[in-house]
Design a protein around this ligand. Structure first.
Ligand code: ATP
Ligand code: MG
Length: 311
């Protein structure tokens, strides 16, 4: 299968402040998604899931920057592009489905205006064409009365409806890659199931690849082809979903499964992740940081020496 997204040895660091040492947030992430593949990135809170997605979208918070590694989108050196060059692809070839639909939609504009903006910018449609297409798109995500909804504001819709609108916007330009960052955590369980089914159906119809960021392993089994498990900015295990679920190789993945609620098991069988498992991972992440920064300092000193002419 053709490659869609290739992330190799990606290191992301929080820049050192006056009183703080620099800290690695992502430590050598390797992640590969083929065209049309749905790949899950799972891990507990703070593991670095969103930072992977944000690096691909080029929206890391201030002070956090890529310090090593590469990201290729359909073979294109993505990190080598300027922000303006990336913007041409964002929303058209790479789209985001965010976690919280209320904050992602502009409260001051109608749903129609927000969909039309994307269609005009990326597909060059005029107002009339864009509105007709917006209604079609809302219909495709099973929004009832789409011709009315295009004239409504976000606060007039339910959470599930708003998330459908965002899915419609994400799919509007037939993107090659969709980054779905916890797209259903703001929804209740029944709406969650409908929205995920819709997402999977659209993904199959359109053939888009998806990076599905979640901490819910139950969703991974239903929706995804392959999975990477991340802890403290490192991928601890990856593979196809069935083999990772049936035979997780690392203690961390096993603990993560044991800590995931399941309908077919009583709640008292849930086990919190053992401290010794995470302590070991944190300690090894810390020593990784020290040796990585030391190696980088040695390399830059050697490079400076090589540049200094001998007298
Ligand atoms: N704005 C920020 N400034 C500095 N550090 C940040 C910032 N945002 C996140 N971090 C740090 O980056 C690390 C990874 O955060 P990230 O948001 O990717 O976690 P996550 O796996 O998505 O967690 P969650 O499941 O809670 O969304 C965390 O250790 C966090 O403290
Ligand atoms: Mg996150």
């Amino acid at each position: 299968m053709a490659a869609c997204l290739d992330i190799d040895s990606l290191h992301l660091a929080l820049r050192a402040g006056r009183k703080r040492a620099a800290r690695l947030i992502l430590r050598g992430i390797d992640l590969h998604i083929a065209a049309g593949e749905v790949h899950a990135l799972v891990g507990e809170s703070g593991a670095g899931k969103s930072m992977v997605g944000r690096t691909v979208l080029g929206i890391t918070p201030p002070g956090i920057e890529v310090v090593a590694g590469s990201v290729r989108f359909q073979g294109l050196d993505w990190l080598g592009l300027t922000a303006a060059q990336r913007r041409v692809h964002l929303g058209r070839d790479i789209a985001l489905i965010p976690q919280d639909p209320l904050t992602a939609l502009n409260p001051g504009h109608t749903i129609g205006t927000q969909i039309n903006d994307v269609l005009r910018l990326h597909l060059g449609l005029d107002d009339k064409q864009a509105t007709a297409r917006a209604i079609e798109l809302l219909d495709s995500v099973q929004v009832r009365s789409p011709a009315t909804v295009v004239r409504q504001y976000p606060h007039e819709l339910s959470g599930g409806m708003r998330q459908r609108v965002l899915i419609a916007i994400a799919f509007s330009c037939k993107p090659k890659l969709i980054i779905a960052d916890e797209p259903t955590t703001a929804l209740d369980v029944t709406v969650q199931r409908e929205v995920l089914r819709l997402l999977r159906d659209l993904q199959r119809d359109e053939g888009a690849a998806v990076l599905f960021i979640t901490h819910n392993l139950g969703l991974v089994a239903k929706l995804c082809d392959s999975v990477s498990v991340i802890h403290s900015g490192r991928i601890v295990e990856h593979g196809d979903v069935r083999s990772i679920i049936d035979t997780p190789r690392t203690p961390y993945t096993r603990s993560l499964f044991a800590a995931t609620p399941r309908y077919d098991r009583p709640a008292d069988t849930l086990k919190p992740i053992a401290e010794e498992v995470t302590d070991k991972l944190w300690a090894s992440a810390h020593s990784y940081d020290q040796s990585w920064f030391a190696a980088r300092d040695t390399a830059s000193t050697a490079a400076r020496r090589a540049e200094t002419p001998h007298v």
